[in-house]
Design a protein around this ligand. Structure first.
Ligand SMILES: *[C@@H]1O[C@H](CO)[C@@H](O)[C@H](O)[C@H]1NC(C)=O
Ligand SMILES: *[C@@H]1O[C@H](CO)[C@@H](O)[C@H](O)[C@H]1NC(C)=O
Ligand SMILES: *[C@@H]1O[C@H](CO)[C@@H](O)[C@H](O)[C@H]1NC(C)=O
Ligand SMILES: *[C@@H]1O[C@H](CO)[C@@H](O)[C@H](O)[C@H]1NC(C)=O
Ligand SMILES: *[C@@H]1O[C@H](CO)[C@@H](O)[C@H](O)[C@H]1NC(C)=O
Length: 440
């Protein structure tokens, strides 16, 4: 689906009207620009951190896979026994959300809570809560992190409901972050959300985040996967008419600088910015609401349709994951087609000779009956002289690929930053769909 006829027709009509009106009265142009201003998106500048040291980058990617398991609430041997011990009232176990040093390679931005308290948060489309460290977290544990002090805020409202996140750390031992809910004004891109409930983290193991570049996480998923059923900030932005349209968009810059890049990309709140993409957005409805999950018609590596990796593939968009996570059989075929062997595996990802990039095939995803193509230079991640294949799998035998409710994730694809890089992506909460177009 490209621009539909209605849009084309509207464009023609608008063009015609504009021509007429421009001749009639100059003030019409002024009125139009005012209107445009009202419907402008609110930009959040994204920062991006890359590690100069590729060893560190590789191990971060490994952390991320652990975080992703947690986000999808997959049972692992360890978490199975853990969730039994943390099973709470009514036998409902605590939903788990991601974390970890994993996020050092991710995209983050700035928000304010209360009046003057500023936090760096990571944007995550595969979780739905906002959390920041609390002043009640000992400084030895919340080292180098900004901590929220509710006594400094006149707009603070107590809630006190317990909040818990379990995440997988380096040695695959589940670690728990604990805190409680609070409500305050949360400001993002100059938009003040009144009465936003978020979690104050009071306890976390020392050292976990001491070298992270962020203080908390800002979830952009649906309320269906929100811990404690807290209404996510995006919903509040819509409810309070702070944005004119219930959508946000992500535009990532992929140039690897080896440092913190203050121009890592953009998170747009409200209507899309057509100057950031070419052509029209192709829309596809969500197949499951919770994560940003939809059905991709097909995924193919190379020209030949013999190299089709799947048809009607379930895919989720996750800006909190760096790579493309494929089902294990698909990963094996990808590796065979790219000439990667198990000997190239390091820290759970596959290295590849950078010199081979120009000769590698393109990856084509058919989304909404429209092809979206990644070149090898898009799906191979380069850390100085080390190149890493942008494909990995969750399936390493340590995890059952299903959650507590029996949802099977063994055929799920997770489209992380490697996929999102060349595209402009609109996330539509109202129509429950995603829009995609090549970015400019
Ligand atoms: C939090 O703010 C209150 C009020 O200004 C202050 O008395 C208190 O010391 C602060 N707490 C910490 C741990 O900084
Ligand atoms: C602080 O960190 C230590 C060491 O990881 C841990 O034993 C302790 O429980 C933590 N305390 C809090 C309040 O998080
Ligand atoms: C605390 O927040 C939760 C989630 O938004 C809400 O369901 C609950 O009613 C709140 N409790 C109080 C005491 O405000
Ligand atoms: C990365 O690319 C963006 C957009 O092309 C540019 O604005 C930015 O300055 C670049 N960053 C660096 C550090 O080169
Ligand atoms: C997980 O548990 C199964 C059965 O209890 C066992 O066979 C398997 O080796 C375990 N995997 C890991 C990674 O511990």
């Amino acid at each position: 689906m490209q621009c539909n006829w209605r849009q084309n027709w509207m464009l023609w009509l608008t063009a015609l009207l504009l021509l007429l009106l421009l001749q009639l009265d100059e003030s019409v142009a002024a009125a139009k620009s005012q209107k445009r201003r009202r419907h402008k998106a609110h930009h959040v500048k994204l920062e991006r951190h890359d590690h100069e040291h590729h060893e560190k980058s590789l191990s971060n990617l490994q952390f991320e896979m652990l975080a992703l398991r947690t986000k999808l609430k997959l049972k692992s041997n360890e978490t199975v026994s853990q969730s039994q011990s943390t099973t709470s009232v009514n036998g409902v176990s605590t939903p788990r959300v991601p974390l970890g040093n994993a996020y050092n390679t991710e995209y983050f931005g700035t928000i304010q809570i209360g009046s003057q308290q500023t936090f760096k948060v990571l944007f995550d489309t595969a979780s739905s809560n906002l959390w920041v460290p609390s002043v009640k977290c000992p400084t030895n544990n919340c080292t180098n992190m900004e901590r929220y002090n509710s006594s400094l805020s006149s707009s603070y409202q107590a809630n006190g409901t317990a909040f818990e996140i379990q995440y997988a750390s380096h040695n695959n031992q589940p670690t728990i972050l604990e805190g409680f809910l609070s409500t305050d004004t949360v400001t993002i891109a100059g938009l003040a959300i009144k009465g936003q409930t978020f979690a104050e983290i009071t306890a976390l193991p020392s050292g976990v985040f001491s070298r992270a570049n962020f203080d908390g996480i800002f979830g952009l998923g649906f309320q269906e996967i929100s811990i404690d059923d807290v209404t996510p900030p995006m919903y509040k932005l819509v409810e309070q008419d702070l944005i004119t349209q219930p959508t946000f968009s992500i535009y990532l810059n992929r140039n690897n600088t080896g440092t913190i890049d203050p121009s890592g990309g953009k998170l747009l709140l409200g209507p899309s910015d057509p100057t950031l993409y070419s052509g029209c957005l192709t829309y596809v409805p969500l197949s499951v609401v919770g994560y940003w999950q939809f059905t991709t018609g097909s995924i193919q590596l190379g020209e030949s349709s013999n190299n089709k990796l799947c048809s009607n593939c379930e895919t989720i968009l996750d800006v909190g994951t760096s790579l493309i996570v494929a089902p294990l059989p698909a990963l094996k075929r990808i590796n065979a087609l790219l000439g990667i062997t198990e000997a190239d595996k390091r820290d759970g990802v596959y290295t590849i000779d950078c010199a081979r990039i120009p000769s590698l095939p393109s990856l084509t995803l058919n989304i909404g009956r429209h092809d979206f193509t990644l070149k090898a230079s898009d799906y191979v991640v380069q850390y100085k002289s080390t190149c890493v294949s942008g494909f990995t799998s969750l399936d390493d035998g340590s995890t059952e690929l299903s959650d507590d409710r029996g949802t099977d994730y063994s055929t799920l694809w997770v489209l992380g930053d490697v996929f999102m890089g060349p595209f402009y992506l609109e996330f539509d909460l109202g129509y429950k769909r995603i829009g995609i177009a090549p970015k400019i």
